[in-house]
Design a protein around this ligand. Sequence first.
Ligand code: LR7
Ligand code: MN
Length: 572
Amino acid sequence: DQMLAEKIEHQQSVHEAVVPQPEQVGNIKVEASERKDHVGEKFPAELPEKKANIVLPKSNEKIEEIQHDPNAPGENGRAVSITKEKLSEEERKKFDEGWKNNAYNQYASDMISLHRSLPDTRDKECKTIQYLKNLPDTSVVICFHNEAWSVLLRTVHSVIDRSPSHLLKEIILVDDFSDMKHLGKPLDDYMAKLGKVKIIRNKQREGLIRARLSGFSIATADVVTFLDSHCECTVGWLEPLLDRIARNESYVVCPVIDVIDDDTLRYQYSKAASTSIGGFDWNLQFSWHAIPDYLRKSRSSDVLPVPSPTMAGGLFSISRKYFEKLGTYDPGMDIWGGENLELSFRVWMCGGVLEIVPCSHVGHIFRKRSPYKWRSGVNVVKKNAIRVAEVWMDDYKNYYYERFNYDLGDYGDVSARKELRKKLQCKSFKWYIENIYPELFVPGESIATGEIRSKAKPMCIDSPADHRNYHKTVKMWPCHSQGGNQFWMLSKAGEIRRDDGCLDYSGGENVIIYPCHGQKGNQEWQYREDNAVFHVNTQKCAEVSADGKSLQMKKCTGIDRQIWYWKRIKKS
Ligand code: LR7
Ligand code: MN
């Protein structure tokens, strides 16, 4: 397979420079003198002092050697479990408020030291890698819109505590028009004492994209590292990132993103062997994947940086000059979303390399909902995504657009970004898909697309097919002609799928949504000439129930309730 061979070759050439050398031991040194001035800091007066009891570091001690009270809450990344029922009424109120304002357990966070210890997340092999001696320094840009005090400060301290001081030039905090009181003067006063921290304040809500741009505009170090405002960096996180950029200015690198539990603040990490890489689906949503086989086979070690089609967005390092040259971000994007794919496509298509670095781990609090206000009346995420599609995806954009029947709405002016693409002489999206993300299912290869409408009832086969819904029963719902949960594709392999979810039938009455496995079996279907939706393995036909509400599998009889109209069928 020519393409595959090329791809593997490409990956290998990307990695030529980094072979771990076991005989050399990396020397990671953190100056403690930098920390002296802020340890023992108090919270602002109006906030409860719940700091854990830590023993302060003596100068020249490494952070790993700080003696932490092993029983203090959250130390070593442990969970803080709170039985809400045992709290007093007043405390319970605080507990609820914390959740409401942040979509994570602020109450638990407030109990944990701002300097809590974390486990060493690195594989053994990581510690044998010798990084370049003269690494570039970095500015760390952290944007926030209303973040809890303890969470924001723990982010900042974890950067300072776990970065070699000569490599950390400055931390730039960008306040995106927060209205929480503690983020005003108390934050200014606190940060002034740390020396390295600058604060910029947006005069209006800009969203994270323009907030990052204003942080970037005052950055002075060789490299810029972006972090979310609810992160914790682990020991040795920075050097492997800077090392890649030192070797090649066009490497854009992400740490492994570990999970800080939103409820218990437990720090959870995985081995390098199970490092995930980024992808996306045709709804332009970011998704995580295992490293595909063809790539895994070409890797001599699990700790080597791994090329990734996309980045999650929040945590990465990039050469300051290269970011500038690449056209930073699209300032026409609001609030949240899309910028991660936009930068990912741009990096790859315009000559750079995007990687995840398994020896660098940073934790992030993953939330189940967004706690802050969004612009009302506009679907910001969709608007941002359309800007991405228009500029970067060529004809492939239609796979996204057909999901909502080409109802693009007003997405603003993208001519400047198109100009940028021309100026940088970037490659096509087809090249990107074929060479960087060949494992992506491309709808153009499907035999039928769109809604599957019943002849007997005005109902369509309907299910959210994303990973949160695997195992759920597929239902019938009034046809709405909006695509969305009624948009299905019949692949050449006989899958009825959307993104990574496939209709799956294993006997009984119900059809479920299950991750596509490409093995046919329970996921092999035919859309027959007689308009039956036929399951090969069981030789049964899909049938809408008499009440129109459910989808059932029955013996094929050819009755109207077994007749289906698939919206678009490709003539072969
Ligand atoms: O209007 C805003 N202004 C801001 O300054 C909205 C947000 N923000 C700040 C916010 O306080 C936070 O620090 O921007 C940062 C990101 O916002 P989150 O934490 O609400 O976003 P997220 O973690 O849910 O989303 C991920 O995708 C986003 C797409 O726009 C960004 O790229 C986030 O940085 C990104 N986060 C990560 O990559 C961490 C891992 C999550 C995953 C997968
Ligand atoms: Mn986040």
